[in-house]
Design a binder for this molecule. Structure first.
Ligand code: FES
Length: 688
């Protein structure tokens, strides 16, 4: 368990061997010498009617001298046994814990609840190599390889060239600690990588004695934030997680401005490549410090990124991604030595990047797809990662399609008059009374709602400074539900007679959310703000709808929001605005940094690398700009929630207002000025 695999074995078979025979992965570093403690298992006792067996602790051999010694020296947790030593004596239900922790002090927290079955490309293999002999002319490396083949089955091994000059010193070094090495032998641990481009296993590092821990990093390079997990490759536990702003922001806020920077500055690409690699190295320092480990103990790394970040990280000029046909220099997965691109981890560490899906849909979307697995199920899943360029994946077991849509930064609070990032002082929740049109809201860093006693006093500490992305969605949706804006998004000026909250600005109107108190800003939602949200949501919805048409469906079964955006918005409001199609509300879920989780899966299990490589080849890429139907879908999606599409599930949850068509739809600056042409022009030149 938990694999559920079962089999029959002769009495006396070591449990580790039985597991191997069944194809169940149980870690082992010492090769069954009962010194590494990695092969721990637990016996479940009881009558298992389902399996038709009675499992008992009496059906496993009692601890022998080696296991007793391990327990004495290192300590075995209650109920745990070493599967290399314990043998089968009768019917057993065996639990293989997925988190066998040896150095408990370095384990801080789990960033993801998911148990990822481990099958890391990295394996640590302890061997005892014969010391040299005048009569046996085989070299030290050759004897090491021969022993690795004899004990571990590795054939035809290659060795990382940097190791050769150090090899003899390492093999002759006295191992630290109390490891007992057989007379006339040297005990060394080889770090073996078994997922290189060549099918031959590779010795990527070598240590005297028993090396009992190996780490990897999974990293998501976003346009604004770089996020990283440091993981034990032997236990699968996340040792530390951290994030840092992407320093490329100083070259341009969004990916398009960074491509422009490259086009206009001869050394722009090198400067940005250097900046992102520097930030990755700093972040490695941070997670290592947090986990109390040495960066030299990191032997594998997996990266995901949007196409432009992916190219810049790999040192590739992204100019081609800034213009049609958005050609990627490379779309497939890549792997090489991490030090080749200046990543400061073990000199024998590898670096793997997930494949990109298309010129607009990157390795980050591939990571999210691997994490959420629309292709592993029958239900129609919509997976959306909202950023300045939304990446959209829709499908199920039969077929998966993907596209991107240029939503722009409005959902993140940019382009909104009172917009700000989510920080103390930002309004994060909004409710509007349908009768009085008065609002109540919540501010980040303040416990009370704005209409509760003590709010103003508490808000003195943070101020009330603006509206963050989640609240922009809520306030515009509430304005729609209370009739302040029409289905075309026009603020109804006639309500000014009824409520002082409706303010006139020339030809248009705005909604007053908060009067400036004590010198704080006056916070309003203007006609232009509503327009910006409409344009963003229309671009996203039109992209989604196009994919639904490709799939021949009018509804989706389940919706996953990847990224920070989805973590804070209320699905009800997202649907009220028609950001996403109709769906049962409880089927709309935020999945956080799914791209990072996908990277983690690929780090811990090489089968996941093959899985996503094959799946990306199968995904159909749709270029929204080339689809004749996109324009009409976009226009329909400008309406709230949509001009033509029904939202029956939503209608069961909220009372959608009766249709109200108002004049003056242009907004004070002419809201349609950046209609589809403008958006697409921007998006087409953006890429991922
Ligand atoms: S395999 Fe190392 S202790 Fe069992």
């Amino acid at each position: 368990m938990p694999s559920g695999k079962r089999g029959r074995f002769a009495v006396g078979t070591p449990i580790l061997d039985a597991a191997r025979t069944l194809g169940v992965y149980v870690e082992s570093v010492c090769g069954g010498r009962a010194t590494c403690g990695r092969c721990q298992i637990e016996i479940q006792e009881g009558n298992f009617a389902k399996h038709k067996i009675v499992s008992s602790a009496d059906h496993i051999s009692p601890p022998g001298p080696k296991e007793q010694r391990y327990d004495r020296v290192r300590g075995l947790p209650e109920g745990r046994r070493l599967s290399c030593s314990a043998t089968i004596q009768g019917d057993l239900v065996v639990d293989v814990p997925q988190d066998t922790v040896i150095n408990a002090q370095v384990i801080r927290k789990a960033a993801t609840d998911r148990v990822i079955e481990r099958n890391s490309p990295i394996q640590l293999c302890y061997v005892e190599v014969e010391q040299p002999d005048m009569h046996a002319p085989l070299g030290d490396l050759d004897r090491l390889k021969a022993t690795l083949e004899a004990d571990w089955g590795w054939k035809d091994m290659l060795v990382a060239p940097y190791l050769l000059p150090q090899l003899q010193k390492i093999m002759r070094a006295r191992p630290q600690g109390d490891l007992e090495v057989s007379e006339g032998k040297w005990g060394v641990t080889a770090v073996v990588h078994r997922d290189m481009d060549s099918s031959r296993p590779f010795i990527t590092a070598l240590y005297p004695g028993l090396k009992n821990e190996a780490y990897g990093i999974a990293c998501d390079i976003g346009s604004t934030t770089i996020a990283m997990h440091l993981v034990s490759l032997l236990s699968g536990r996340i040792v530390a997680s951290a994030g840092t702003p992407n320093p490329q922001i100083r070259f341009g806020e969004d990916v398009m401005s960074r491509v422009s920077y490259v086009m206009m500055n001869p050394d722009g690409q090198e400067a940005m490549t250097k900046a992102v690699r520097g930030a990755v190295n700093d972040l490695i320092g941070k997670v290592c410090a947090e986990g109390g480990i040495n960066r030299g103990d990191i032997f594998d790394s997996v990266f995901v990124a949007n196409p432009i970040m992916h190219h810049l990280f790999l040192g590739i000029d992204p100019t081609e991604l800034g213009q049609a046909p958005f050609a990627l220099a490379v779309s497939g997965s890549m792997q090489f030595w991490a030090h080749e691109i200046g990543i400061e981890i073990s000199p024998g560490a590898r670096l793997y990047t997930l494949p990109c899906i298309a010129g607009h849909v990157g390795a980050d979307a591939a990571g999210a797809t691997l994490s959420e697995g629309p292709y592993r199920q029958d239900r129609m899943m919509l997976l959306v990662d909202v950023g300045t360029n939304a990446e959209i994946v829709l499908g199920n077991r039969n077929r998966v399609v993907a596209a991107s849509s240029p939503t722009g930064p409005a959902f993140e609070g940019a382009e909104i008059s009172s917009g700000q990032r989510a920080a103390p002082g930002a309004i994060e929740r909004v409710r509007i009374d349908p009768q009085t049109l008065e609002s109540r809201y919540r501010v980040i860093g303040v416990e009370q709602w704005s209409d509760e006693p003590g709010f103003e006093e508490a808000a003195l500490a943070t101020g009330v400074t603006g509206i963050c992305g989640s609240a922009i969605i809520e306030v515009v949706a509430e304005m729609f539900l209370t009739g302040i804006i029409s289905e075309d998004g026009v603020v109804d000026g006639s309500l000014a007679a009824r409520s002082p909250r409706i303010l006139q600005n020339g030809r248009t109107f705005s909604y007053l959310l908060r009067e400036g108190v004590d010198g704080g800003p006056r916070i309003t939602v203007t006609q232009n703000d509503v327009r910006a949200i409409q344009l963003a949501k229309a671009a996203l919805y039109a992209g989604i709808k196009l994919l639904m048409e490709k799939q021949g469906v009018t509804t989706v079964d389940t919706i996953r929001f990847a990224g920070a955006f989805g973590s804070f918005i209320d699905p009800k409001y997202a649907m009220t605005l028609g950001i996403i199609p109709d769906c049962e509300l409880h089927e709309v879920k935020a999945v956080g940094n799914a791209a990072g989780t996908g990277a983690l899966m690929a780090l811990l299990n090489r089968d996941h690398r093959r899985e996503i490589e094959a799946e990306v080849r199968r995904i159909e890429k749709i270029e929204t700009a080339l689809e004749p139907g996109f324009q009409q879908l976009f226009i329909d999606a400008m309406a709230l929630p949509n001009k033509v599409d029904a939202f029956p599930h939503l209608a069961g949850e909220v009372t959608l207002p009766p249709r109200k068509v108002l004049e003056n739809a242009g907004g004070e600056g002419g809201g349609r000025r950046r209609g589809r042409e403008g958006r697409r022009g921007r998006g087409d030149s953006v890429g991922g």
